[in-house]
Design a protein around this ligand. Sequence first.
Ligand SMILES: Nc1ncnc2c1ncn2[C@@H]1O[C@H](COP(=O)(O)OP(=O)(O)OP(=O)(O)O)[C@@H](O)[C@H]1O
Ligand SMILES: [Mg+2]
Length: 308
Amino acid sequence: MNTATRPGFGMRPGEIDTEATEAAIPERSRVDLAAERDEAGIDELMSSLDDELIGLREVKTRIREVAALLLVDRVRQRFGVSSTRPNLHMCFTGNPGTGKTTVAMRMAGLLHRIGYLERGHLVAVTRDDLVGQYVGHTAPKTKEVLKRAMGGVLFIDEAYYLYRAENERDYGQESIEILLQVMENQREDVVVILAGYGDRMAEFFHSNPGMSSRVAHHIEFDDYDLGELESIAGLMSEQDGYRIGGEAAEVFRELLDEQRARPRFANARTVRNVLERARLRHASRLVDTLDDCGLDDLVRLEPVDFKS
Ligand SMILES: Nc1ncnc2c1ncn2[C@@H]1O[C@H](COP(=O)(O)OP(=O)(O)OP(=O)(O)O)[C@@H](O)[C@H]1O
Ligand SMILES: [Mg+2]
């Protein structure tokens, strides 16, 4: 959607768009916001978010806020009230496996559903996809990626690698400048989400105030606590058709707690990996020991499946 076809955009806030008045509904009309919400499928989307993602309370609240903002914006436009296009570029910070990529995909879907993005797909990239190794390679690479992301979300993982403080001539800078321009001038075409560790992202913003000022939403993804990790495991095993009963759950919890202290711990991703290993052991155990096997054997993970 470009600005020319969107009534109300490009005008001063609060101004009544005379060109849009023809399409606008009368000033005294009433609009049923619940029906609007229903039509956009927001509740459905939010409840699937609640069902499929454990915890992340603050993240979910922010998503709700963004959904409300866009919905109200859309209704305002129907009355011909103009406002600047909301800035939806975001930054997701948090440790590995806290759900940043997953939530970015959900966000892309939501923005599409509500009519902000035309396609709602997600293009996930890192520095190597954007920055070339030789003179003249970076601009075409970055532009190509942006072209692919048009109508959707451009997700830049570990975005701070774009900037190398020690090297003034680094090609990353060229990429950053192109991104900045598009983030400013083509907001309606692409939403940029930067992701990475909090402290490194803070440094990156400090050195790149232009980027910092274009990112309106900073969302932090906290590490999951033990209870949340267990719930995530419950959800994942249920989706995969496994049961972790009584004693096995106990062993699993101890294992997770132990993993949490390790430097390579990656939150929900570690949970998935532990479950994958348990599946392997479970399958070997069945094949090695059981000649006669029923449904219960096939779906139940035992304590030994979690022991290394
Ligand atoms: N809150 C959650 N509830 C259920 N599953 C989750 C949750 N958070 C993450 N997961 C699952 O954990 C895995 C890792 O999540 P994801 O890839 O989104 O993490 P990330 O923050 O992007 O990690 P990284 O920083 O390493 O890229 C995915 O399979 C995802 O579905
Ligand atoms: Mg990720």
